[in-house]
Design a protein. Structure first.
Length: 341
């Protein structure tokens, strides 16, 4: 049965920010055959594509996305031998964490309460509490196409790499390869991976390597993490999670900042300072532009107070970056991904 290609679908309902315009074309797919069919449609019609996960780390333009949005809904999972879990890229992190604990496995407790899908978490190397997806990924099955992404239109330098997610296929979808990448080939680093840097991959499924552990201890740790999130994060508002990556400073710069702000001595770790500290130090909590607001609970969250536009968020992000750069000589980099800008 052919896939259903829909037109002019609002992307705001597919993102945790609840922001975004229309996708010119949209399709939901569940397996590799349907994914290939979607790619063939994009190639035939010379459309850019965007692969949508759980929508929890995105800012979608008010003008939407002019190409084809592909939402992969492969939610399969299987507890395998040797403490491994097979998971389709469309499986929710919440379900993955729950099933791993039921199976008496540990290594994913940190992901409790993080929205999104397995595919998105692998692509972004999502993490918390000093742990990340790259710690547990054994291998990733992907579709790779043999061409270089093409970008049209001017893109701000800070957004250029993020905007690379959009491809102009122009008939180049013919050279598709399905392969498996081992952990080292994924090139995981802080909130980054080869999938995020080189936008020629579509993640299909993953195998995770965990360890045995008493389920009671895992559930206790999860309760601890969930309590911390409730206390520190503005979960009552739509948001895209942490907006900025935590910056890593060189030794001299860090020493200078600690001298001027002694409290950083206990906050910094491995030359890294939480991005939220800079934002809060500048008194930007509660700062609003339109319907977008810097959370009063956590400086590294921008929330949608009810009627925010993508433009409001983008302007607020630009303002924060400028003020942090001017006052601390630190260049913040976004953790969120821009779609359709």
């Amino acid at each position: 049965m052919p896939i259903k290609i829909q037109e002019n679908i609002s992307l705001s309902k597919y993102t945790s920010f609840k922001i975004g315009g229309l996708a010119r074309y949209f399709c939901a797919v569940e397996n590799i055959t349907e994914i290939k069919e979607a790619l063939e449609f994009a190639g035939k019609n010379k459309l850019k594509i965007f692969v949508l996960g759980g929508g929890s780390n995105l800012l979608v333009s008010d003008s939407g996305f002019k190409g084809l949005v592909i939402k992969i809904q492969d939610t399969r999972y299987k507890i395998q031998t040797n403490n491994e879990i097979f998971a389709g890229c469309g499986l929710s992190l919440a379900k993955l964490v729950s099933e791993s604990v039921k199976a008496g496995l540990t290594g994913l407790e940190w992901a409790a309460g993080i929205p999104g899908t397995v595919g998105g978490a692998v692509c972004n190397n999502s993490g918390a509490y000093g742990k990340c997806m790259g710690d547990v990924v054994e291998e990733v099955k992907i579709i790779r196409w043999l061409h270089s992404p093409h970008r049209s239109g001017a893109v701000e330098p800070e957004r250029e790499r993020l905007a690379d997610r959009f491809h102009s296929p122009a008939g180049l979808w013919n050279q598709r390869i399905v392969e498996k990448l081992k952990n080292k080939q994924c090139q995981f680093s802080y909130r980054d991976s080869i999938f995020k840097r080189e936008k020629k991959y579509i993640i299909l499924n993953v195998v995770l390597k965990l360890k045995k552990r008493d389920g009671l201890k895992s559930r206790e740790k999860i309760s601890e993490y969930l309590k911390s999130r409730m206390e520190k994060q503005p979960l009552q508002y739509p948001s895209a999670g942490s907006v900025f990556r935590n910056p890593v400073l060189d030794d001299d710069h860090l020493k200078k900042l600690i001298k001027e702000n002694p409290e950083l001595e206990s906050i910094s770790k491995d030359n890294t300072i939480p991005a939220g500290w800079f934002i809060e130090a500048l008194g930007l909590k509660g700062k609003k532009i339109g319907g977008a607001m810097v959370s009063e609970k956590h400086g590294n969250f921008i929330v949608n107070t009810g009627n925010a536009k993508a433009e409001d968020v983008a302007i607020l992000i630009s303002l924060i970056k400028q003020k942090v750069r001017d006052d601390f000589e630190v260049q913040l980099r976004e953790e969120i991904e821009y779609v359709g800008f």
